[in-house]
Structures are given as structure tokens and as C-alpha cells.
Write a protein that binds this ligand. Structure first.
Ligand code: PPE
Length: 309
């Protein structure tokens, strides 16, 4: 696909417009003050059709993020869910990434956002593996960032807000410049938080650990899915504050996210994790995750919304 014009349509406040015409004013509130909330959702093609992964949970989180910022979305959740499905089908995509974004639009500038309209758009495109195909098997190299996650009383981490990603970008740029694939950020108290666009898990002695919501993380929908899969496979998942060195000493470490799916981590700060490749528990969870989205095993958690193709 070409970013100049992929020939597709973007949903903007109830209407479909051509990808090239899906524009907003440079004087929109969001451009100046970062006032947006968004979602990232995947749609998977499998032998039963094309299915959106955890559609309702993503729509709920979009509305929750908007609620935190007092943005009143002038649509019902059901309208947005239907618009998401339609945006995929009108673009005739079978397997894609979906990006709904709600933002403060064009009316007047000034920090006070309350007079600006609340607009919503939905775009879809094909997006392969987030950190590379090879990473899914061999793992990525990550480094702890000198930039911390947002402190609890500064900006709300549970809102998936565009502005949060200024913090994430600092960490991502630093990681790339230091030769890593991705960053891991510590929370304000120095405990492990999350990646620039992923939640993190570690495995020690067959027990799985992940930071709690109080470590300034996004309440990841893949994180939640992985916890269900792990429990179903008989593993205990403990949500607790994780000191940095516990990651170094883990048997396995992996990232989760819509874009990243389940991506193993083979080193942190140049320290080899476990055997230096994807570990057996990460592999089992990854394989179960893909079996579900690829329709190879039953959708026992009811995570898939099939499209009308
Ligand atoms: N933490 C952060 C900071 C984050 O951005 C994501 C998703 C997650 C955790 C995982 O959440 P979930 O997708 O619900 O499992 N990051 C999105 C944006 C990535 C991007 O580069 O843009 C995503 O994966 O869609």
C-alpha cells in the first residue's frame, strides 16, 4: 500500500471520504495540544472468514479514554463498532489494522478545549508484524529507557491518548539510537512499566509476572487476552510491581500488544534473557493466540467478530 493514496476510504464522523481527502485543518485543537484518544485494532483473515479481534473491548476503551478527557463522542458505542466493521468491508480488506481516533477539532485555539467539536475518524490499512517477522521467533533486543512513564498525577496512562505518545516517542527514539529494537520504560517509582507501544510479561520458574495498572501502563487488551490464555493453559499470572533486575533474571520475557501481538524479547540492556531465544511458555502462549485469531482452535473466549463477506 502507498501512504500517498492507498485508494481506500476513511470514515469521518459518519461519512466515507477518499483516503487523500481525509484531512483536517492545521488549526484544529488536536494539532496544537495533542488532544486525541485512539485505538489500534486488528482484523484477521482465517478459514472461517475475516474477524475483528475484541472489537467491543476496543470500543469500550476508546469511550473510556474520551471520558477521562471529558470528550463527549456524539455517537453510540454501537455506531462506532458498526462504523469500524463497515470501514474494513468498504475497503475490501481481509486482514488489516484499524485505527479509530477521536480528537478535538476546529473551532478556536487556546488550551481550553471545551468549545471545539469532538470528531472521530476510522482508517484501516495492512500492517504486518510490528517489530519484524524474524522477531516473532527469535526475539527482540530492548533497553531500559532513561525516560520514565508518566507519573500517576501528571497524565493518565489508562487513557490511550495521542499526547502520551510524545513520552513513548522519546523512549523509542532513544532505543533506536542506542541500537535496540524497542524501549522499556520504568514507572515513576522505578518499577517496570511498559514498552513504547506494548505491555511486558516475564516468566520465572514457570510463573508469569506482569506489572499492575498502578505502574502507569495502558490496560492492554492483548495483555488481558494473554492472561486468559495463560490461565487456561494452567499458568499462574501475578500482577505485581517488578524491579528492573527481575527482568534480567527472568527465564523468558515477552511483549504483548495489538500491533506487536506476542513478541519474545531475547535481551534487555545487552543482558541475555534465559536461553537468548523465544522461551517455551512464550511460544505456547503465542501459538495459542495465533490459533485463536487464525480460527484453528475454537474461539472459546468469544473474542472474534466476523465480518459480512
Ligand atoms: N502499551 C502501550 C503504550 C501501547 O501503545 C499499546 C498498544 C499497548 C500497551 C498494548 O495494548 P493493546 O493493543 O490493547 O494490547 N499500542 C498500539 C499502538 C502502536 C503504534 O505504534 O501505533 C497498538 O498496538 O495498536
Amino acid at each position: 500500500m502507498s501512504w500517498d493514496d492507498n485508494g481506500g476510504k476513511v470514515w469521518m464522523d459518519g461519512e466515507f471520504v477518499d483516503w487523500k481527502e481525509a484531512n483536517i485543518s492545521v488549526l484544529s485543537h488536536v494539532v496544537h495540544y495533542g488532544s486525541s484518544v485512539f485505538e489500534g485494532i486488528r482484523c484477521y483473515e482465517n478459514k472461517n472468514g475475516s474477524a475483528i479481534f475484541r472489537l467491543d473491548e476496543h470500543v469500550d476503551r476508546l469511550f473510556d479514554s474520551a471520558k477521562i478527557y471529558k470528550m463527549k463522542i456524539p455517537f453510540e458505542k454501537e455506531d462506532i463498532a458498526n462504523a469500524i466493521k463497515e470501514t474494513v468491508t468498504i475497503n475490501n480488506l481481509r486482514s488489516c489494522y484499524i485505527r479509530p481516533v477521536t480528537y478535538r477539532g476546529y473551532k478556536e485555539l487556546g488550551v481550553n478545549p471545551l468549545k471545539c467539536p469532538v470528531n472521530t475518524s476510522i482508517a484501516v490499512w495492512e500492517w504486518g508484524t510490528y517489530l519484524g517477522d524474524e522477531a516473532m521467533e527469535n526475539g527482540v533486543d530492548i533497553g531500559v529507557s532513561s525516560w520514565r512513564r508518566l507519573a500517576p498525577d501528571t497524565m493518565p496512562s489508562m487513557a490511550k491518548a495521542g499526547a502520551n505518545y510524545m513520552n513513548a516517542q522519546l523512549a523509542k527514539i532513544e532505543a533506536i539510537e542506542n541500537g535496540f529494537d524497542e524501549a522499556i520504560m520504568l514507572d515513576y517509582h522505578g518499577f517496570v512499566g511498559e514498552g513504547s507501544g506494548e505491555n511486558i510479561f516475564l516468566v520465572k520458574d514457570d510463573v508469569i509476572y506482569t506489572p499492575p495498572l498502578s505502574s502507569s501502563i495502558l490496560n492492554g487488551i492483548t495483555r488481558n487476552s494473554v492472561i486468559s490464555i495463560a490461565n487456561d493453559l494452567g499458568y499462574e499470572v501475578i500482577k505485581e510491581k517488578i524491579p528492573r533486575e527481575m527482568v534480567y533474571l527472568a527465564d523468558e520475557v515477552f511483549f504483548t500488544g495489538t500491533a506487536a501481538e506476542v513478541t519474545p524479547i531475547r535481551s534487555v540492556d545487552n543482558i541475555t534473557i534465559g536461553s537468548g531465544k523465544r522461551g517455551p511458555i512464550a511460544e505456547k502462549i503465542q501459538s495459542e493466540f495465533f490459533s485463536i485469531v487464525e480460527g484453528k482452535t475454537e474461539d472459546k473466549f468469544n473474542w472474534l467478530t466476523y465480518l459480512d463477506y
